[in-house]
Design a protein around this ligand. Structure first.
Ligand code: KG4
Ligand code: ZN
Length: 350
């Protein structure tokens, strides 16, 4: 089955063709990041306009690279939330038009869930059940994933997401936007043990996250002069504080759920130090760790097409009344089996 994936939730215009949820025939991503840099963050109107201008070209290129035509497509999968309302509308409108015109079924995809499908496109495939961690610009979530249709939220961020903390700290340190890659680069030249920034573990046993206190600690630190510390030391100290909390909570989640498989996705997992620390600490407990390929960490449509295939095979379809949901909660995942598309509440924590 040939699936066309569409992703326009933020600043990436992405279309991909994936066969049977596994074989990525094409994965075209065009980012408007360069247009947002001067504003220090994504400007929704600019992102939306860029999607409108680019989406048809990106679609054509994805079909060309995959060497397929529209008549070969069997299913369209598109992100309908969470994300920027205007941006989501562009991708979902294209998906609905194709679904109607070809005609082929449509599956609406939750962007956060799609991030956890990216590692499943790799050579090594995790087994269900697993604990999943999504670390992106807008979300930090721990899930217990029993199978494609049954997810349980174990933890979420109470304030800033991990990627957002990288972005805000980079702004404080005048390093530009986005913060993750530049902080990682600076941190390589710093001493991670020199400045001990606070780790917020919240109340005992909690799998929620909070990174805003850490961000404020960096802000106050940066206000004073520290002749013995370099910018690299600050970046490394901050990065280590984020990594420590993510590793600790991931370990706790695996032990609580008694699973030996751990899957992680989202933009922040491009970070090599985080990959290293997760691998070392989880594999020490005999937990296998699965990462996406570097190109599948950022927003892309291959993960959308892949998840779309798996959901469709399990009876999930959306109709043309599907609306974008900018604030789509991670708890609301597709639970529909034989009936028409429906979202429902998944058990939220314990
Ligand atoms: O998943 P993503 O592409 O978009 C969202 O769904 O939010 O994630 C983007 C986030 C940004 O906050 C960016 O700073 C962060 O991922 N990021 C990184 C790295 N590369 C991107 N964070 C830490 N280290 C990196 N190397
Ligand atoms: Zn994302």
């Amino acid at each position: 089955m040939i699936v066309l994936g569409i992703e326009t939730s933020c600043d990436e215009t992405a279309v991909s063709v994936v066969e049977n949820g596994r074989n990525v025939f094409s994965n075209v991503v065009s980012s408007s990041l360069h247009l947002h840099k001067r504003y220090g963050g994504v400007v929704p109107e600019i992102a939306t306009r860029y999607h409108v201008e680019l989406i048809n070209y990106v679609l054509e290129q994805a079909l060309d690279e995959a060497r397929v035509s529209l008549s070969d497509i069997d299913l369209v999968a598109a992100v309908y939330g969470p994300g920027l309302v205007g941006a989501l509308l562009i991708g979902l409108s294209l998906a609905k038009s194709l679904s109607l015109a070809l005609p082929v079924p449509l599956v609406g995809i939750n962007h956060i869930q799609a991030h956890l499908y990216a590692p499943l496109l790799g050579k090594k495939k995790p087994q269900f059940p697993f604990v999943g961690l999504v670390v992106s610009g807008g979300h930090t979530n721990l899930f217990y994933v029993k199978d494609y249709l049954h997810w349980q939220v174990l933890g979420r961020t109470r304030d800033d997401a991990a990627g957002e903390a990288f972005d805000k700290v980079a702004k404080i340190l005048n390093l530009g936007y986005p913060g993750g890659p530049v902080i990682e680069k600076k941190a390589k030249r710093g001493d991670k043990g020199k400045i001990k920034f606070p780790r917020s573990y919240l109340e005992r046993g909690s799998l929620d996250f909070s990174f805003s206190g850490l961000k404020t600690a960096v802000l106050y630190y940066a206000k004073d002069k520290h002749p013995n510390a370099t910018l690299g030391d600050v970046a490394a100290g901050f990065q280590e504080a984020v990594v420590d909390v993510l590793v600790d909570k991931s370990l706790t989640a695996c032990s609580l759920m008694k699973v030996k498989q751990f899957v992680v996705g989202g933009g922040v997992i491009a970070n090599q130090r985080l990959r290293e620390a997760l691998t070392a600490n989880l594999e020490e407990q005999a937990i296998k760790v699965y990462f996406p390929e570097q190109t599948l960490c950022q927003d892309n449509a291959a993960m959308v097409a892949g998840l779309g295939y798996q959901l469709y095979k399990r009876g999930v379809v959306s109709d043309l009344n599907l609306e974008v949901e900018p604030n789509l909660k991670v708890e609301r995942v597709l639970v529909k089996k034989d009936k028409k598309y429906k979202t429902g509440e998944v058990k939220d924590g314990f």
